[in-house]
Ligand binder design. Sequence first.
Ligand code: FES
Length: 235
Amino acid sequence: MSKTFTLDGREIPFETGQTIMDAALAAAVYIPHLCHNPEFAPHGSCRVCVVDIGGRQVSACTAAASEGLVVDSSSEAIQATRRAILQMLFVEGNHVCPACEKSGACQLQAVAYYTGMLAPHFTHFFPRRPVDASHPDVIIDFNRCILCELCVRASRDHDGKRVFAISGRGLESHLVIDSPSGLLGDSSFAAGDKAAHVCPTGAILPKGRGYETPIGERLYDREPISIVGDVRAHE
Ligand code: FES
């Protein structure tokens, strides 16, 4: 008999070693997430996947599933926590959704809609961050980086290149590029790298394209991310 835990009243089967996120996604139950990508080791940095277990809030992508757990992923309290986390992510960077080429196909935006986040609430930091257009095929807009480290993990674990890293601590944390000049165009990065296709926001985008899909037909225009799934599944 398979082991199960309860997620929002529904029995979810799991195997030893799976996280709550692993088991939920395998059962086609959506838990909001940004830094999680099943192709890479869990990272637990964005905290958007927060769930409640017995009054304790944990990240579903790093918490091990275990027999008999009762997990709350949908109460108003949990959604409010997620909204607050998302609001912080929005004000820490410069996310100008109406002008962003990723709008309508951005996981950060889609998760914000899913949780009912309608305004940033906190005071914007308006950080001064550069745009790196030095690469012939790909542009990096650091204003949209949420430090999920998916490009770091993809470049290191899949591409075998280590093009990206996080430098600094706390508020000073930022994405850096391993090249003599610090510019992407001076690195070994290529448009076909896995790292070019894992960004959940519009921080890493191909050049020569933009606003290709009309409003109304973009990935998350018709159905929410809980049904459509991650951007990567549609690339
Ligand atoms: Fe779990 Fe980011 S998806 S912490």
